[in-house]
Every structure is written in structure tokens, then in C-alpha cells.
Ligand binder design. Sequence first.
Ligand code: 2BA
Length: 103
Amino acid sequence: MAIVNKKDVKSVCQALMKDGFQFTKISSTGGFLTVGNTTLIIGTEDNKLEKGLDIIRNHCKKRVVKVPSLMYSNAMYPSSLPMDVIVGGAIVFVSNVERFEKM
Ligand code: 2BA
């Protein structure tokens, strides 16, 4: 399961497809910035895991996003200066699938 920035989705999906990965795209929203991102559910064999991770790594860039510093600061001492938050490349959870069936 990979949480990917919207700006990287097209290129990462094209690359995954080219290498024969099957996946499902789900629109999702980050809890912190509350902006849209995309979650890819990718089902694959163990021996293709590293290849899949390489593709994601190579297509998902780190970005700096400015956020109001109130998100961080003590409300007693608010500041109007925005702060930089680094988002991405991608957040990836790898877990084993107990059973897979296609019916
Ligand atoms: P958001 O929750 O909108 O978080 C965007 C970025 O804000 C994060 O980038 C991180 O740099 C920062 N951030 C998040 N929570 C923070 C907090 N409590 N205090 C300070 N800074 C915080 P990424 O780490 O690259 O995460 C990108 C997106 O991936 C997240 O969007 C969220 O949708 C997802 N994500 C990240 N870690 C996760 C986790 N442990 N479980 C589930 N989803 C996760």
C-alpha cells in the first residue's frame, strides 16, 4: 500500500503498469495537511517487491509545502509566518497477504 502525492501518480502508475504490476487507485486525504493524495493498493509476488519499491522510489519526489505555522505552534503564541513541511516521496506499508482469490 503506497500513499503517493497527486503530482507523482501518473508517472508512478505508468511505470508500475509497464512492469506488469496490478494495482488499485484510491483517492485519499492526508490527516495533517488535509489535502488529497492517492493510495495505491498493489498486490504482487514476494520476488517482485523490491522492483515495485524501486519504481515508487524513482517516481515519487520529496516536496516542500508551506503550511500556516498555527498548525504547529502553541495557540498562545501564534505566528503568521508559514512553515515548511517536507512531504513524500511516498509512504509505503508492506504486509503479507494471507489469502488472495479472484472469483
Ligand atoms: P499528511 O497527513 O497530510 O502529512 C503531510 C506531511 O506533513 C507529512 O509528509 C509530514 O511531513 C508532515 N506531518 C504529518 N503529520 C505531522 C504531525 N503530526 N506533525 C508534524 N508534521 C506532520 P509525509 O510523512 O510524506 O506523509 C504524506 C502523507 O502520507 C500524509 O499526509 C498521510 O496521508 C500519509 N501518511 C504518512 N505517514 C502515515 C502513517 N504513519 N500512517 C498513515 N498514513 C500516513
